[in-house]
Every structure is written in C-alpha cells, then in structure tokens.
Design a protein around this ligand. Sequence first.
Ligand SMILES: NC(=O)c1ccc[n+]([C@@H]2O[C@H](COP(=O)([O-])OP(=O)(O)OC[C@H]3O[C@@H](n4cnc5c(N)ncnc54)[C@H](O)[C@@H]3O)[C@@H](O)[C@H]2O)c1
Length: 363
Amino acid sequence: MKANVMMLPGDGVGPEVSAAVEKVLVEVARIWGHDFSFQHGLIGGASIDACGEAVSTATLQACQASDAVFLGAVGGPKWDGGEVRPEQGLLALRKALGVYANIRPVHPHPSGFAASPIRPDRLRGVDLLFVRELTGGIYFGDKVEGADKASDLCSYSADEVARVVRRAAQLAVGRRGKLTLVDKANVMATSRLWRQVTEKVMAEEFPSLELEVLLVDAAAMHLLSRARDFDVIVTDNLFGDILTDEASMLCGSMGMMPSASLGDGRASLYEPIHGSAPDIAGQNVANPIGAILSGAMLLEYSLGLLEEARAVRRAVNACLDHGLVTRDLAAMDQTALSTKQVTQEVIDQVNGCVIQNQVAAAY
Ligand SMILES: NC(=O)c1ccc[n+]([C@@H]2O[C@H](COP(=O)([O-])OP(=O)(O)OC[C@H]3O[C@@H](n4cnc5c(N)ncnc54)[C@H](O)[C@@H]3O)[C@@H](O)[C@H]2O)c1
C-alpha cells in the first residue's frame, strides 16, 4: 500500500515520541512491503518561532491532502503568555480536518499496575473507550478576555452532538454494547441538549444498546471506583479532556495513552493524549508507548492495515510483559529504558512476532 503520512512533531517531548512512531511505521512498511512516505510540518511553539503562527495555512493544506496526520504535542513555558498560543495550532488543525470524534482507549496493562495509584483489583479487566467531542463546545466558543472579567462560551448544536454520539454507539455495537453519557445536565443547558439528543439517537438507531447517564462529578469518582463497568463513554470536549487525563492514571502514566481523532473527511489525526511534558523534554526518557499505539490506530483506522496494527499492539504488550519500560512505569528494582531503547524493543518484537508467525505457517 502507498500512503502519505504527515508528521507534526510539535514541542517538548513531541519530537521524541514522533520519531519513535515514524521508526515503527518505517519498519512496518519494510516488513509488509508498503510504500509509506513521511512529510514533516511545524505546529505549536515550533511554528510560532518559525513564522509567527501556531500553524500555517500551507501546513493545514498539506495535512488535509495527506492520508493520515500524526501529532506529537504542543506547548511549553517558552510560549506561555504570548499573543499567539501553541494550542491555537492544535485547535485549528482539528477544525480544519473536521475530526469531531476523539477516541481514547483505556486498557491498563499489568506492568502499569504498580505505577497506578489505584488498587490492582480495581484495574484488572478494565477495557473502556472514551469518545470525546473534539471540534465544538467551550474550547471553540467566543471568548472575552479582560483584566476584570472574562468569559468562554460553550455552545453545541443538536447535529454536532448526534454525530459524535452515533460514532460512539457504533463503537459500542462492536464491543460490549453499553454506552455511558457523561454530562452536567443538572446545571448546564448544553448538557441538557446532549442528554436529549443522546436519548433520541439511542432509542431510534441503537435500541439494543444499554444507555447509562452520569453527571460528570460522579463520573470522575466512578472512573476510579468501578472503571471495569464502563464500555464506551461519550462526552463533550471539556469533560473528555479532563476525564481522560484522570483515566491515564488507571494505566499508570500519561505516556501510555493513545488517541485517534476521526471525522467524515479523508485525513484523520493521531496523537498521544499527553502534552509536551516540558519537565522531561530532551532527556530521552519520555514513554513512547502512547504515541506508538496511536500509530497502531493510524494503521487500523486510516490505512485499513489490521494485521500490521495488531502486530504493533502485540509487540507493545510483549515489551510491557517483559518489563521493558521507561522510568514512569519502572519499579524501584527495575532498570528503566530510554525512549529510544523502548522504541527499538518494540521494533524487535514486531520483527520477532512476524518471524514466529512465518515459522508457524510453514509447519
Ligand atoms: N495535545 C497536546 O499537545 C497537549 C495536551 C495537553 C497539554 N498540552 C500542553 O503541554 C504543556 C505541558 O502540560 P502539562 O504538564 O499540563 O501536561 P503533560 O501531559 O505535558 O504532562 C503531565 C505530566 O505527565 C508526564 N508525561 C507526559 N507525557 C509523558 C510521557 N510520554 N512519558 C512520561 N511522562 C509523561 C509529564 O512529565 C508531567 O509530569 C502545556 O503547555 C500544555 O498546554 C498539550
């Protein structure tokens, strides 16, 4: 298969984890005989430094014309308080690609149990999927900024809610058949619209699915006390942003969490959920697993390469099984590997799995 992947490394640890993904994808292309080409662009602080904009029109157009986009992370103290903020590039990119459904799997691996503040008996068997609305809500509403008063408008249309709920419900059909809506319908008008639209879509289009509704404050608690009960959780942009950072602690580290942002257009966007982690940037210690698993989602969702995506996920699991982890997950008595070492181990495992399959097929 021929594919053009747009790489936007961004800032902080973004370039380190992007390099990891590119290496894994190059290896996948080599093993399976694909022709992947990689184009590189600037976003966030790196783009502000180069051209004064958080992302240029040319970069957005190149992303729209690609088969898939991978983004590292944006932001950092260097650009805090500036007139142009790195995050504006990210929001502009999501909007330009129309990727309204941000899918964030949460599937703790036992190697992360010791690094999680939650008891292992509450982590075993957790396998849930967040679907966060990504191109609407308070992040995109009109803003008023003043020294004495400020406001952010949160607005959603019924269509914006219906399309993301539909996506989430379709994912639940292929899983355990349960959808949880998280909102704040006791206080917020937008949440009441979310509840009304969700109940309608579910009753008319997905009557066989189970629907649960939770207020966001209670959901924050249930996520830690009974995470195993959740299958697919759908929620708005702000609540999804916050709850998925909380959920990362079920996996032991922010560095473990991948995401795919899908719309109805050609190019989808893939990024780990973590930020630019300025505290560890440039040290070759960032966990590349969330980024590499985002690469596996890219192979599956954008390129339809299921076998290759599975091989990458198996390779990641094999590394975790063997305790080949960065310092965020390493136990006291365990040697922590660097970003580059973990990446190489994943690549070696992809090769190892493929060779094993070939041997098995020959007999
Ligand atoms: N999608 C994005 O690009 C995105 C998302 C969130 C925050 N940000 C930006 O990133 C900057 C830093 O934000 P923050 O510190 O609140 O969040 P962060 O996600 O960058 O870091 C939070 C904590 O998680 C750790 N961490 C993050 N990624 C890790 C990895 N791969 N391996 C190991 N540990 C990892 C960090 O060291 C830090 O202790 C800010 O400028 C913020 O605006 C960007």
